[in-house]
Design a protein around this ligand. Structure first.
Ligand SMILES: C[C@H](O)[C@H](O)[C@H]1CNC2=NC(N)=NC(=O)C2=N1
Length: 223
């Protein structure tokens, strides 16, 4: 009796195997995104990575000099207009991040951008290239790495202010070194997008994050 049961069990198992073996091959898992390095996508991958903008961006100006004692001088309103305005057009922002350098809530002006990528491959290539630049340049941004995004924040704790007023002198902020580093990061990013035949049409940050004067930035309540 028990042998009959196991015979019929065996038959059932055999039938299941036949059905299983005869099934359609499983479809490969759907791709979450296309690799732009392999083939340029026909449709935009992200809203920030769209076909060329109608009005192409004018090239970044020659950055401020990176050596000498003045490379750690805080930038003022004139430099903001000359060097930071072109970064604003590329989705960079300026903010007061009081407390960033444990300055007990004192203002700390920072230059920042959220770099967005169509693939993680491009994101880590960017980090690799940027890393080499940072090490050679000996100026270190804060980097936060999340899915397809790198948040870049830079400021100089070594900033020197020529102001006579002590409170202003103790201000930390953006110097020529930060602008230099930001330009390098932007050029690496633009180069990677160009190689992948992608052009960007990034949404500008809100006006409050694109201030025109240093005073506007430090009067913002630090985050
Ligand atoms: C000696 C060395 O170059 C300095 O300490 C550098 C290092 N990296 C730096 N990085 C940043 N973000 N700000 C600085 O003031 C700074 N100073």
């Amino acid at each position: 009796m028990s042998s009959t049961v196991s015979d019929s069990m065996r038959k059932i198992i055999q039938q299941i195997r036949m059905v299983y073996d005869a099934r359609e091959p499983m479809a490969p898992p759907p791709l979450l995104y296309t690799d732009p390095l392999a083939a340029p996508p026909s449709a935009p991958v992200l809203d920030v990575l769209q076909p060329p903008a109608k009005r192409p961006l004018s090239p970044l100006p020659t950055p401020p000099p990176q050596t000498g004692k003045d490379s750690y001088a805080l930038i003022g309103d004139a430099e903001l207009a000359e060097y930071v305005e072109p970064l604003y057009a590329r989705a960079w922002g300026m903010r007061n991040r009081a407390g960033l350098l444990r300055l007990n809530g004192r203002p700390c002006v920072t230059l920042y951008k959220d770099f967005k990528f169509p693939t993680d491959v491009m994101q880590f290539e960017f980090l690799n290239m940027l890393g080499k630049k940072i090490v050679a340049f000996r100026h270190h941004p804060e980097l936060a790495v999340t899915w397809m995004k790198v948040t870049f924040i830079t400021t100089s704790h070594e900033a020197v202010s020529h102001e006579s007023d002590t409170a202003r002198r103790r201000l930390r902020g953006v110097t020529a070194r930060d602008v230099q580093l930001a330009y390098s990061a932007e050029k690496i990013y633009a180069g990677l997008l160009k190689r992948a035949s992608l052009s960007y049409n990034q949404r500008l940050l809100p006006k409050s994050q694109r201030p025109q004067t240093i005073k506007e930035i430090i009067s913002e309540r630090g985050a």
